[in-house]
Ligand binder design. Sequence first.
Ligand code: ADP
Ligand code: MG
Length: 887
Amino acid sequence: MKWYEKNKTEVLEELRSNMELGLSSEKIEERQLKHGKNEFAKAEKPSLIKRVFHHLKDISTIVLIIAVVMSFMLSLRHKESFIEPLVILSIIVMNLILAITQEGKAEKALESLADLNSPSCLVIRDGIRQEIDTVELVPGDIMVIETGSLISADARILESNSLMVDESSLTGESEPLEKNGLAIPEGKVPIAEQSNMLFSGCLVTAGNGIAVVTETGMNTQIGKIAGFLENTKKGKTPLQQRLDKVGMNISTIAIISAVILFIIGMIQGSDFWNMMLLAVSLAVAAVPETLSLIVTLTLSNGVKNMVKKNALIRKLPAVETLGNTSIICSDKTGTLTQNRMSIKRLCLYGENPVKDSDEFSQNQIEFLKMLACASNALIQIDEDGSPQYIGDATETAIIRLFHEKGLDKDQIEEQYPRVAEIPFSSERKMMTVIIEDPKGGYLVLTKGALDRLPFNKISLENKNKIQKLHDSFAHDALRVIALGIKHIDVLPSEDELESVEKDLDFSGIVGLIDPPRPEAIKAIKSAKKAGIRTIMITGDHAATAAAIAKELCILSEDQKAITGSDLEEMTDEELAASIEDYSVYARVAPADKIRIVEAWQKKGEVVAMTGDGVNDAPALKAADVGIAMGKTGTEVAKSASDMILTDDNFATIVEAVHEGRKVYSNIRKTIYFLLVCNLSEIFVMLFAQIVGWGVLVTPVMLLLINVLGDGIPGLQLSKEESDPRIMESMPVKRTESLFSGGLLHVIIQQTAICSLVVLAAYYVGSYLNIGIQNPSDEIGQTLAFIVLGWTSILHILTVRSRKSIFKRTFLDNPSLVISMACMLLALVIIVIVPSIRTALGLTKIELHHWLIALGLSIVPTIVAEIRKFIDNHSENSEYEELEYSYK
Ligand code: ADP
Ligand code: MG
């Protein structure tokens, strides 16, 4: 169907729709059945079999399967029972089940993320304007388009008002295109030239209009493209990639060690098959197969927690970057302040200021009337008689005072009918309204920032006096709105409307207060402690901005406020050189934001930037973490962002940073945990082979420890709470190694101690003559098995916190403590139940052996405790850095 060739009426007829009324509920239901939802066909989820195969391809699983085959052949040769291959097989199955269920959980969490993100749009249905979920759109729906909307279906424009659309997502064309509902291109026209059509996925950068939906879902232009693309694989985040590398490195170490073990065994004349199996199992045991899984779980947990705290992550890598954030550039109005404005003071030209609560003179009432005429906010009286003020916060403040002084807006509007408006924009910082003058002719009312209003000569001669007045307001943190008036006899034509904005008479000013959010002050302080600097960006006057910044503790003695015009005079180099001096940017236009972001980035800082308008999008993209406002933000800003604040609250950003740091620290805990367990396994096996002790623990025992000791409790680390001190240390540099801050040090230390106690256990069991039983290899193996398992499991307690293990309670992470206790017990059961014991090649041990095993197993934890005590009580400045490491 070539929608662009037809005229409006034909299109509406074809779609059986009506521009004023939209579709009726019955038609919508009928069409939803016929056309389906307005969304892309979801890539089919891989079947269970596919997923199983995916995991079987994993290097550690392949090695495990080789182990099964070998152990099977060994059992055949020695005519033994098949218990060993069966145990290994069941371990493979267990690992698979664990991986698939946990991965499913993580995926679900991330999917719901996409759902939360689904945008809404404004439509006319049953004659009523309403906001609906974009997936509900059907062909024939009448869409109301505004600046900042994200178009979510293909549509034919019916009415348009200087509409500009960015179609780069579809055509690659980066300049916004002009769209017009009246134009009807002839012949075969490419998408980029169909100027009366709107396409799904494109952004409205200016203007407004009304359009009728022609195609939805997979039938839209972008849907067709999506259909061609293969299921785009979910990209891995930078941290995940780095961890994959760590995993690969350990696997390599493991495989090399296995080869060495095998060669030594062969030289010492051990059985070929036995050595082969042992080597393979060592490789398996030492590969940290759960690392990648735990990281995915940790990330998805982080995302879930952030949603609970009103921060919606749109791009997964943002979780990590948030943790590294060192600069937060935040809008003032509504984010740092409450955006609940009220007029506190008023001053007419040539008079003294009065308070809002004072009795107003006739002149003052007249002034307030004019100010109200120049505002677009509305009053609605509720059923219970209480007034509701709708509109921009600045204007509702004006209308509220107006109403409170007993004036009636409808009456004023009747008395002074409005004939034209030049709208407010953050660039212009003023707006103009032209009304009919009852005495004949017209009145031009311009309200906005005092320094932007174009006054006439007389007012300019009194500039100093007016400025003083303005400054006295601004120093009390009041936002100033000035009003200029003039009379004209004839109305200029539509095109020359802006020519009226000159030679205004200064009429007076009002001062509005917008109190800071109390939670913002707390959040700024906690960000400061965490080494994060907060920068305030606002369109307000520098003096007002500075006064509020002081209240918010953003502006300290040695820092300054700078205005947009000063900024303009600086070169990028000059700005980069002095950027650290400025904490407040006043009277800025959205385009300045991108320069601020880039200047900080040049200093190596990780910058988070907030924004809500269409013009903020480039800065949001340039920032390391672009943050859009959920309530006041446009779809354009949201689609350019990495994260959305559903409550528009600054404190939420700091919460999200906290969560991001937690994710990073939990991943480091996981590395600490898995590496010590795996490395000590490699080390003791190699050592025993080199000194001629032979097989320290059998392959099956090694595998059991791996699953029971590392796997199951390790997964619970993703839910670990963080040390509150995590927000008291400096942000981690992005380039910093995962092992920095002393982590490598403690990994080596704990690996050494764990290895030592395991070797000691084997030595006691096989060489020391204590108790009734004669020492033997079997007793040695059994003791080594218990101690290796127990130390691995207990190690998780050490990893949990930088503070003493006793500072953590059961309730902090019950599933971790429970799974740990169960696994400790499981090892005991394996050794005391005779049938299991014999099947695994273990032997009965005496009470004093148990006590020795217990004693040895807690040694690594005690050593770690002593180290923590020293670290936490030393005056050493290194402590600050250590903080983050493994907490
Ligand atoms: P912010 O970035 O703090 O939200 P704005 O860009 O909204 O600042 O406002 C900048 C300046 O524009 C204000 O200090 C005020 O002088 C003026 N202003 C704001 N809102 C209006 C309005 N509705 N009408 C006229 N002037 C306004
Ligand atoms: Mg604003």
